[in-house]
Design a binder for this molecule. Structure first.
Ligand code: C2E
Ligand code: MG
Ligand code: MG
Length: 695
């Protein structure tokens, strides 16, 4: 058996002939060649057989009584299952007319009966192989069509000579053409292409014609039904044997969905998901353009940073969902109150930025900012809440304040920071000294991070003197920073930075540990009852695990908590009465004392004061300062002493500088005094000498 037939698994041949001898001969021949054979002795019998078997080929005599081969062939072809089956007709000496009629009736081929029978099996093999190939081409084509439909892919072909432009069925469907609707011209095709993309398509085709350049382009079209689509086209030149370009073959692929997805991704990468404003990345990008055009047009460009005042509180108290709504509402106000072409962005959290172009005068700019401030300072109505969220705005001008982008951004930030420092709900223009301050602050922050490790921090001690005995009963630990360039810095210069950066936590623990060690030394030197006052900032005081950390340090250093007094400022104690009460109770449970520092400088509520289980009050220095000079201050100091004693608290007067003050406070039964009159804060060694002298 030859190779072509091997893969056809034992084909079944139906032999239709009215002559028994012929049937016997054919069966013998075919079976010897490896075919299976079924027989029918008439056309009717053949149709009957086809209901029970599924042959691979039919071999049919043309001349049969009643229903001849031609009529049978026709009848077979009418059945859908047999439209493709190869039918070979056996002709005698019947002439060409029969053959033609047989083909018309659907015959696949003919064999002359008078031929050698060996020929028959060869022709059968050939017909079967042909059929198989046709079958596989057909199924490939169906798969290809399916694939094209799924990939939204079609083809076009342009004949270079005639300029005829043809579209495949799939391409026509893709473009919305009904059958016979497309007139076969490039012009018609181009009329669907977006006006701004037509040149691109035309010149790609031109280059293909004249330079045989293959191309690949994307363009927009409006299809026949009016849908906007994105098309991707690849085109290549088909040449004849003499390498002459004869046509261009191209694809038409609908990539609308892909483009949509792409633009969604692009959008996500450049815009803020919540507010749909530009994000930081896009803002910085657009700022470059804005700066370039300001320079070209010799106009001013204003860069503004906007930070909401108290946003964190709103977010914490009312929840993130409301916080988000607020940000959206702010974004809307910003967008609605700038001019078209101005850039509004959300940089992060509650920080926004604007770049306002083509500013002619500062007046004009102030008008825009005024409008925005006006909108932002009105309450936002969000889910039944009326939320106030004013903003601090920093403004800098290009090219007046600086000519580079990083500097502009730094300036806007410094100006915004200034607006915040001044209490918020206002705008500040950038000034050059702001820059210096910011610069210095950043430097300081950088150095402070390393101050602990580089042992640049010091503790100074200031004595607290008992009025009645005149003895030193306590010392207050006061932090200093021995800065390598700026010398000895007092806390006002750096404590706020430590607070903002969180460095206050490690620094605070260092203060405690160092002071406890020092105290242990003094206790062991005989100053057995000496008390230590340590200052706690707001963040430290409210940190829940501070008492526990303190206990551990005290345990490990064998420092008795009864000698510790922590000082918290009046504003910290009063601003968050729940948190403060909890913290005070924790320190009390530890065995330490708690004192309210700088009393009188803030606003105390009697109610709150009564609730806090503190031990003492420190009268703020400002009331002591002019005791002798101003009657009112003397009266205030007197009232505070009376009030504290009424609540059973000890009173310490701070900043006592003169003998007059000492006398006055003594008369008012103030308990303890602290101030330069006795000693300024001094290093530990000096304090040791002082203790020895005065004890
Ligand atoms: P404070 O706790 O009210 O400390 C008293 C301040 O008054 C000290 O300023 C002290 O040097 C100053 N002072 C004392 N007697 C006199 C006087 O007779 N005349 C004048 N004019 N001033 C006097 P200092 O050391 O600059 O500390 C300022 C503030 O920094 C402290 O106020 C305290 O709130 C804070 N602080 C100091 N050390 C620390 C610390 O270790 N941690 C924290 N969180 N804050 C600290
Ligand atoms: Mg203090
Ligand atoms: Mg104080």
């Amino acid at each position: 058996m030859n190779g072509a037939v091997v893969d056809i698994q034992t084909p079944l041949i139906l032999v239709v002939d009215d002559e028994q001898d012929t049937r016997i001969l054919l069966r013998k021949e075919l079976e010897s060649c490896g075919f299976l054979v079924e027989e029918a002795n008439s056309g009717i019998a053949a149709l009957e057989r086809l209901r029970g078997i599924q042959p691979d080929l039919i071999l049919m005599d043309v001349m049969m009584p009643k229903m001849d081969g031609i009529a049978t062939c026709q009848a077979i072809r009418e059945q859908p299952a047999y439209q493709d089956i190869p039918i070979l007709v056996l002709t005698g000496m019947d002439g060409i007319d029969y053959i033609r009629r047989a083909f018309d009736a659907g015959a696949t081929d003919f064999i002359n009966k008078t031929n050698n029978l060996g020929i028959v099996s060869q022709r059968i093999r050939y017909a079967l192989r042909n059929h198989k190939q046709k079958d596989s081409i057909f199924s490939n084509r169906s798969q290809l069509e399916l694939a094209q439909r799924v990939a939204k892919l079609g083809y076009w072909k342009m004949d270079i000579q005639s300029l005829r432009f043809t579209l495949s069925d799939q391409a026509r469907a893709l473009l919305g053409y009904g059958p016979n609707q497309f007139d076969g011209t490039l012009k018609s095709y181009l009329s669907l292409v977006h006006i701004n993309d037509q040149e691109k398509v035309r010149s790609a085709i031109d280059c293909a014609i004249w330079q045989a350049d293959p191309f690949e382009i994307d363009y927009r079209i409006l299809d026949v039904r009016g849908n906007k689509r994105y098309i991707h086209t690849r085109g290549d030149v088909i040449a004849d044997v003499s390498s002459r370009a004869v046509s261009i073959l191209g694809t038409v692929q609908d990539i609308t969905e892909l483009k949509k997805a792409e633009s969604t991704f692009e959008h996500m990468a450049l815009y803020d998901g919540l507010t749909d404003l530009c994000n930081r990345h896009l803002f910085l990008n657009r700022l470059d353009h804005a700066m370039a055009s300001a320079q070209r047009e010799e106009k001013l460009l204003a860069v503004c940073f906007i930070d909401l005042d108290g946003f964190k509180k709103i977010n914490d108290n009312l929840g993130h969902a409301i916080g988000d709504e607020l940000l959206k509402s702010v974004a809307k106000h910003l967008k609605n109150n700038v001019r078209k072409g101005d850039i509004v962005a959300r940089l992060s959290g509650d920080e926004f930025a604007m770049a306002l172009e083509s500013i002619n005068t500062v007046d004009e700019l102030e008008k825009i900012i005024g409008k925005i401030r006006d909108k932002l300072s009105r309450p936002h109505r969000i889910r039944g809440h009326e939320i106030l969220s004013p903003a601090s705005i920093g403004v800098t001008m290009y090219p007046l304040d600086s000519s580079t982008k990083p500097d502009l951004l730094k300036n806007a930030d410094a100006a915004m920071y200034r607006a915040k420092q001044l209490g918020g709900d206002q705008y500040c223009f950038y000034t050059h000294d702001m820059r210096d301050r910011t610069q210095r602050r950043l430097e300081l922050e950088h150095h402070l991070r390393h101050a602990l490790a580089k042992s640049e921090l010091r503790i100074y001690y200031q004595p607290q003197v008992d009025v009645k005995s005149g003895k030193i009963v306590g010392v207050e630990a006061l932090l200093r920073w021995q800065h390598p360039d700026y010398g000895l810095l007092p806390p006002v210069k750096f404590i706020h930075i430590a607070e903002e950066t969180g460095l206050i936590f490690p620094i605070g623990l260092w203060v405690m540990e160092t002071a406890f060690r020092q105290m242990r030394q003094w206790h062991s030197q005989g100053f057995k009852q000496l008390r230590l006052a340590v200052n706690l900032s707001a963040r430290q005081f409210l940190q829940r695990d501070l008492p526990l950390s303190l206990r551990k340090i005290m345990d490990s250093l064998h420092f008795d908590p009864q000698f510790l007094s922590v000082e918290i400022t009046e504003s910290v104690a009063m601003n968050n009465i729940e948190g403060a009460t909890r913290a005070v109770e924790q320190f009390k449970a530890l065995g330490a004392q708690v004192s309210i520092d700088d009393f009188g400088a803030g606003h105390s509520s009697m109610n709150h004061l009564q609730r806090l289980p503190v031990d003492s009050l420190n009268i703020d220095r400002s009331f002591i300062m002019n005791i002798a000079g101003r009657e009112k201050d003397g009266a205030t100091a007197k009232a505070i002493i009376g009030l504290a004693h009424g609540l059973g608290l000890r009173v310490i007067a701070e900043g006592v500088e003169t003998l007059t003050q000492v006398e006055f406070l003594k008369n008012q039964q103030c308990d303890e005094l602290q101030g330069h009159h006795f000693s300024p804060p001094v290093p530990a060694e000096q304090m040791t000498q002082f203790l020895a002298t005065y004890q």
